[in-house]
Structure formats: structure tokens, C-alpha cells
Design a protein around this ligand. Structure first.
Ligand SMILES: CC(C)(COP(=O)(O)OP(=O)(O)OC[C@H]1O[C@@H](n2cnc3c(N)ncnc32)[C@H](O)[C@@H]1OP(=O)(O)O)[C@@H](O)C(=O)NCCC(=O)NCCS
Length: 254
């Protein structure tokens, strides 16, 4: 166990009764705190699901502990080319061996706002890079801005906004290059600034429609403008549209 910069202890969890029960207990606590319309924010994993993740040869389950209490957990999947991988509908042009899939990160409500989610993004990124992975990918519910804003702040790009093919939920697909290469070139001369407004939770339905339109028009949400509470988007260069259409902000505010 290593003492982390967060002041907590960070370690990879193992297949043992104590770790298994800690994972289930933290998940249950978080689910119990969700409102009915937030239940889909995370997959509700069973004891068997956690047990399979702990036993898997390509999954890493990380935990942050305050003394013996698990206060944050996350899963990293590094699928092999012969494994069935998560998010098959996204980054399908890449072989599995290029990818690192970030799965549910959970933070105990009493420990939120202290950077623990970002810490979990960092540890998974470090492990993925050391395993030679080239692209990190994740999917986040559109109505969970606490999570996707955080991922953007951490340098992930919104590469697609869509409906989940399994349950039709509104979702955001994010990715981050881990080796400096890119899947697309962006036209940096044509930014589109999307304000999240003063109440991002309330604005989610409108934001989802705007982001899906941007995504369908070939834009990638690349950066976070903290001062203006906005996401900065750029068009992929291969997308050709009349320049006046691109610059018309109100095109996306309908
Ligand atoms: C989403 C979650 C993991 C964030 O964890 P966290 O440790 O509090 O996040 P961090 O401290 O690393 O980051 C804080 C940033 O997240 C964002 N954020 C966190 N809570 C937020 C909220 N309620 N509304 C909007 N943004 C929020 C903000 O951008 C904040 O940045 P700021 O401090 O500059 O304002 C946590 O709220 C959680 O466990 N939620 C329930 C489970 C869940 O939804 N998991 C994600 C599944 S994809």
C-alpha cells in the first residue's frame, strides 16, 4: 500500500473477501444516495461482477483507503485482441491492444470535491501507458455532468455524443490519446464555445441536443474554459461545411 498525494492509501484491490465486500459496500452506499433519475449513472455490479473483475487477467480495480475504509474505487480494463471488450460501438477502428477502458469511478459522498476522481483517472492513465496502451476511452451518462466535466478538465475529449445502443440512454463518449498521436486533425482556427450555463444539471437536456449536433457535424469537445464555464469544440478538418455555417453560434442554440 502506498501513501498517495491525496493523503489516502492507494492500492490495487485483490480477490479476497475484505476487498470484495468493501467494493460492494461503497457501491451500495452510493446507489442508496442516488435519486431515482440518477440510478443509471453507474452499472449496479453484483458480488459476482466485482469478483470477476478482481479475477480477470486484464482488469485492474483500484481503491483509495482512509485507514481501512474504502472511499473511492475505479476499474481499468486493458483488453487483449481476443477479449470481448466494453464499448464496442466506440473506437472500433482500433485493435483492443491499443485501448484502455475506464469504467465506473465512485467516490464516497463525504470525500467528494477533493480531487479523488481525478486521482483515479491519473492512476489508470499511468498503468495504461506503462502497458503500452495508446488511447483511453470511456462512456459517461449525459446527465452526469459532475463526471464528464471532470473528465474534460482532466484532458479527455468528447469524441461522440449519442444514444447507448444497449439501453438508449443519452451518453457521452470521451477519449484521450496516451501516446501523443491523434485519430483526427482539428481546425484550430474555428473554435465553437459551448457555455454550460449557470446550472449545468438543469441545462443537461438542452446541452445534450447541442452537443449531439456538434458531434454529428464533426466537432470534438477538446478543452475546458473554467473562467467561462464552457467547453471549447473544434471541427475535424476533413469535415467540409461552409465557413459561415461553422461560425454561426446560434446554429447550435436552437
Ligand atoms: C462523479 C464523482 C466520481 C466525482 O468525484 P470527485 O472526487 O468529487 O471529483 P473531483 O474532486 O476529482 O473533481 C471535482 C470536479 O468535478 C466536477 N464536479 C464534481 N461534482 C460536481 C457536481 N455536483 N456538479 C458539477 N460538477 C461537479 C467539477 O468540475 C469539480 O471541479 P471544481 O472542483 O473545479 O469545481 C462523484 O461525484 C461520484 O462518485 N458520483 C457518483 C458516482 C458516479 O456518478 N460516478 C461516475 C460514473 S461515470
Amino acid at each position: 500500500m502506498t501513501k498517495d498525494i491525496s493523503g489516502l492509501d492507494l492500492r490495487r484491490l485483490e480477490m479476497c473477501t475484505a476487498d470484495l465486500h468493501s467494493l460492494v459496500d461503497l457501491q451500495d452506499k452510493i446507489i442508496a444516495g442516488f435519486k431515482p433519475d440518477e440510478q443509471h449513472f453507474i452499472l449496479h455490479r453484483t458480488l459476482d461482477d466485482f469478483s470477476n473483475a478482481l479475477k480477470s487477467d486484464h482488469m485492474y480495480v483500484f481503491g483509495l483507503f482512509d485507514k481501512n475504509r474504502l472511499v473511492s474505487q475505479s476499474i481499468l480494463s486493458l483488453p487483449g485482441n481476443n477479449d470481448k471488450r466494453e464499448l464496442e460501438e466506440f473506437a472500433f477502428q482500433r485493435p483492443n491492444e491499443d485501448l484502455a477502458v475506464y469504467k465506473a469511478v465512485l467516490v464516497d459522498p463525504q470525500y467528494r470535491g477533493r480531487g479523488l476522481m481525478k486521482r483515479m483517472l491519473k492512476i489508470r492513465e499511468e498503468v495504461a501507458i506503462s502497458a503500452g496502451r495508446k488511447l483511453a476511452i470511456t462512456q459517461i451518462a449525459a446527465d452526469n455532468p459532475a463526471s464528464w466535466v471532470n473528465a474534460i478538465q482532466y484532458g479527455m475529449n468528447i469524441a461522440r455524443v449519442d444514444y447507448d445502443p444497449e439501453d438508449n440512454a443519452k451518453v457521452i463518449y470521451l477519449q484521450k490519446s496516451l501516446d501523443g498521436s491523434t485519430d483526427y486533425n482539428l481546425d484550430m482556427s474555428r473554435p465553437y464555445v459551448l457555455s454550460l450555463g449557470t446550472d449545468v444539471h438543469k441545462n443537461v437536456p438542452i446541452l445534450f441536443n447541442k452537443m449531439m449536433k456538434l458531434s454529428n457535424d464533426g466537432f470534438v469537445g477538446t478543452g475546458w474554459d473554467k473562467d467561462n464555464n464552457s467547453i471549447v469544440w473544434y471541427p475535424r478538418v476533413e469535415i467540409r461545411q461552409p465557413i459561415d455555417m461553422m461560425l454561426k453560434s446560434d446554429e447550435y442554440s436552437k
